[in-house]
Design a binder for this molecule. Structure first.
Ligand code: UP5
Ligand code: MG
Length: 191
């Protein structure tokens, strides 16, 4: 099981809000281990796992992969990592029942960082990235589906943790540097 001394932070925000970009900057400054649930699922898909086809279809349709699959991947990645002082869990939990199941396993965590960004801005960013990313879900049809899933299923997670005072929120519509300037203050206070 996990060392109880390790700090755990979650990063949530809509598709294209800048979760991955901001996590990279946090890794540089605070030496945390960055685990993107989406990246872990894409890696699992490419490894030829028995869940590959299911993951492939669900990512393309912007749907949330069954929790037992994602949680297993996250647990394994966290147990393998013995060096870092803590974890940045990016893009998870996206659904209330998955949040509950995972919280039971980890026990306590520091906070959820919510990157708040208007849909038009996220759409622009993703369409631009889509020209080069090769991601199967960076097309307008998939992007719209990802937005719907985010609003219907993931925003309730955000609101739940806000009501428990476990949420910090930043305006993610600004430049990468401006957003990071705000974000880092929460991590300075916490580490
Ligand atoms: N960019 C970033 N910040 C910018 C800024 N401030 N100003 C201007 N441009 C900015 O950024 C996206 C693009 O915007 C980049 O080109 C960047 O340079 C630019 P990025 O940092 O990649 O944003 P991020 O929020 O990480 O966007 P991402 O596309 O990764 O978000 P999603 O949440 O859609 O993707 P994720 O990989 O987390 O999940 C993909 C799918 O996996 C889900 O739709 C779902 O099907 C599945 N999934 C699950 O089922 N369960 C999970 O728990 C997790 C994922
Ligand atoms: Mg990402």
């Amino acid at each position: 099981t996990l060392s109880p001394k390790k700090k755990i932070y979650f990063i949530l925000g809509g598709p294209g809000s800048g979760k991955g970009t901001q996590c990279e900057k946090l890794v540089e400054e605070f030496h945390l281990c960055h685990l993107s649930a989406g990246d872990l699922l894409r890696k699992e898909m490419q490894s030829g796992s028995s869940h590959g086809q299911l993951i492939d279809r669900m990512i393309r349709d912007g749907e949330i992969v069954p929790g037992h699959i994602t949680i297993e991947l996250l647990k394994n990645a966290m147990e393998e990592q013995t060096q870092s002082s803590g974890f940045l869990i990016d893009g998870f939990p996206r659904k209330l029942d998955q949040a509950g199941a995972f919280e039971k396993w980890i026990g306590d965590f520091e906070f959820i960082l919510f990157l708040d960004c208007p849909q038009e801005e996220m759409e622009q960013r993703l369409l631009k990235r889509g020209q080069v990313s090769g991601r199967s879900d960076d097309n307008l049809d998939s992007i719209r589906k990802r937005f719907t899933t985010f609003v219907e299923t993931t925003m309730p997670v955000v609101e739940y943790y806000r009501s428990r005072d476990k949420l910090v929120q930043v305006d993610a519509s600004r430049s990468v540097e401006e957003v990071y300037k705000d974000i880092r203050t929460y991590f300075i206070e916490s580490t």
